[in-house]
Design a protein around this ligand. Structure first.
Ligand code: FE
Length: 150
């Protein structure tokens, strides 16, 4: 994947303010979190690819999306794996008195959410907890879990 992070790092605050909604700016640029249960992709079950709202990089397949029941983590879109092992950048995050792993778009550096590796709510144990505000969506019927019988 082409890394555009250097390009995005050079953009001015004014550029980001114009590109993003105030809510997106707070989440993607200031590492904020959208209110639980509020995001547009939480209960979204179309087949396709979730992309980065800033740069369009493919981040998660709908095949990896699941409904989390984990206490405190059920209010945001949940994914069990990335679309590509180079799509995301992970970083230790000790803010707010918690030890978490921050998830960013590897291509542009935008904050996306957090990764929980001890999630009891998915067989893989891996839970990407992602803000809807950071995502776009491209429908791709080919991403359907089961093949249509002809
Ligand atoms: Fe991006």
């Amino acid at each position: 994947m082409k890394k555009d992070k250097d390009l995005y790092d050079q953009k001015s605050t004014a550029w980001w303010r114009k590109k993003l909604t105030p809510e997106q700016y707070h989440i993607l640029r200031e590492k904020g979190t959208e209110a639980p249960g509020s995001g547009k992709y939480l209960n979204h079950s179309e087949k396709g690819i979730y992309t980065c709202a800033v740069c369009g990089a493919e981040l998660f397949s709908s095949k990896a999306k699941y409904e989390s029941t984990a206490p405190g983590l059920a209010g945001w879109p949940s994914f069990s794996e990335a679309a590509d092992n180079k799509a995301l950048e992970l970083k230790e995050d000790n803010s707010l008195g918690m030890n978490r792993v921050e998830v960013m778009c590897a291509n542009c550096g935008s904050h996306l959410g957090h990764l929980f590796k001890d999630a009891p709510d998915h067989p893989s144990g891996v839970h990407f907890c992602i803000n809807s505000a950071c995502l776009g969506f491209e429908p791709k019927p080919g991403e359907a879990k089961t093949k249509k019988v002809e």
